[in-house]
Design a protein around this ligand. Structure first.
Ligand SMILES: Nc1ncnc2c1ncn2[C@@H]1O[C@H](COP(=O)(O)OP(=O)(O)OP(=O)(O)O)[C@@H](O)[C@H]1O
Length: 335
């Protein structure tokens, strides 16, 4: 069952330089006990989509559903009630933790807002701090007394306080050292197994979502360009952009690292204020043809590959070719 859904969701910002379409016609589903990885370069609209799903930024078009209930136009009181089901954690746990509050107060804050009794809050906070692997003594201390990884554990405890159905995790481990990242990701996996919570896991780094995602959504300039099961996409990406992201991702497994050379994705992300005509990726695509300059490919199912979708006229699965990114490096430079 879908816990969190979007249908044709768009978000626009009015800027001094014109209208910026940050999210463009995005549909998604996050099912029960599932982790969906949302990936793409910085600036492609991932955070804005996450915030729109939380109703922290307004949707220009489209609909948002939580457990089947349309929350797109709910008033602020009704939205507050939904917040217990949908929580968010952020990249910078320090910035989102009040430095003047003790850890106990921070983790208990959603519970007191929800009207819990003091004794119940205390018991729940003790349980949560234990769940995220921090000592009980942490409760009387302040955020600055903790390392980055520990602060993210505090953020996770707070997000889970009200037993949400889904947590939107916006780059939750990007600011952490590589060694600490794995610990936090493993903690999130364990908590998911224990509580059944779903995650929408936002990251610009495919090597991070690789370990946690059941399904993937790849975004480019505000649109989804590929989606499907992570296990299908890793070995055979369909969109040249996904292939380029995979080639550029750091390889966590040293055995694989030897057989895979890391390549950078060349060329700048075009401005969302003035996106390219046709396929938005054509200015950086190694397999672009004349049609790609003129006609925007729609997101469509890939024949014979259930559950996979791609927005590419010449997708790599149907056409069974993998662009040699080293050989075609020059074609990645922005036109
Ligand atoms: N409040 C805002 N006003 C105007 N433009 C905005 C606003 N918030 C985001 N944008 C623009 O919307 C686009 C998408 O930004 P967003 O932060 O969602 O991307 P992102 O993929 O999450 O990148 P990052 O990982 O760097 O946050 C960017 O071009 C950004 O500059």
């Amino acid at each position: 069952m879908s816990i969190l859904s979007a249908r044709s969701l768009s978000v626009r910002f009015e800027t001094p330089r014109g209208t910026l379409q940050a999210v463009n016609d995005v549909s998604l589903d996050v099912n029960e006990r599932e982790t969906v990885g949302l990936v793409g370069e910085s600036g492609c609209g991932k955070s804005t989509l996450g915030k729109a799903l939380m109703r922290l930024v307004p949707a220009a078009e489209g609909r948002i559903f939580v457990s089947g209930q349309d929350i797109t136009r709910l008033g602020s009181k009704a939205i507050a009630a939904i917040r217990s089901d949908v929580q968010m954690i952020f990249q910078d746990p320090y910035g989102s933790l009040n430095p003047r509050h003790t850890v106990g107060k921070i983790i208990g804050q959603p519970l007191s807002v929800a009207g819990w009794k003091r004794a119940d809050i205390k018991a729940r906070v003790c349980e949560l701090v234990d769940k995220v692997g921090l000592p009980q003594a942490a409760l009387d201390r302040f955020p600055h007394e903790f390392s980055g990884g520990q602060r993210q554990r505090i953020g996770i405890a707070r997000a889970l306080a009200l037993n949400p159905k889904v947590v939107i995790c916006d780059e939750p481990v990007s600011a952490l050292d590589v060694s600490v990242r794995a610990q936090v990701i493993n903690l999130m996996k364990d908590l998911q197994a224990e509580t059944g919570v779903s995650f929408l896991f936002i990251s610009h780094d495919l090597s991070v979502v690789e370990h946690i995602s059941d399904r993937l959504l790849v975004m480019y300039l505000g649109r989804v360009v590929e989606s499907g099961k992570a296990a299908d996409i890793w070995p055979a990406p369909a969109h040249p952009y996904t292939a380029a992201l995979l080639a550029a991702a750091p390889v966590a497994n040293p055995k694989l690292a030897r057989s895979r050379t890391r390549k950078t994705l060349q060329g700048e992300l075009p401005s969302p204020l003035n996106p390219p005509q046709g396929c938005a990726f054509h200015t950086r695509c190694p397999i672009a043809q004349a049609r790609c300059h003129e006609e925007r490919p729609l997101l469509r199912s890939i024949e014979g590959h259930a559950g996979r979708q791609v927005a590419c006229h010449f997708d790599l699965v149907t056409h069974q070719k993998t662009p040699d990114l080293a050989a075609t490096e020059t074609s990645y430079v922005s036109a």
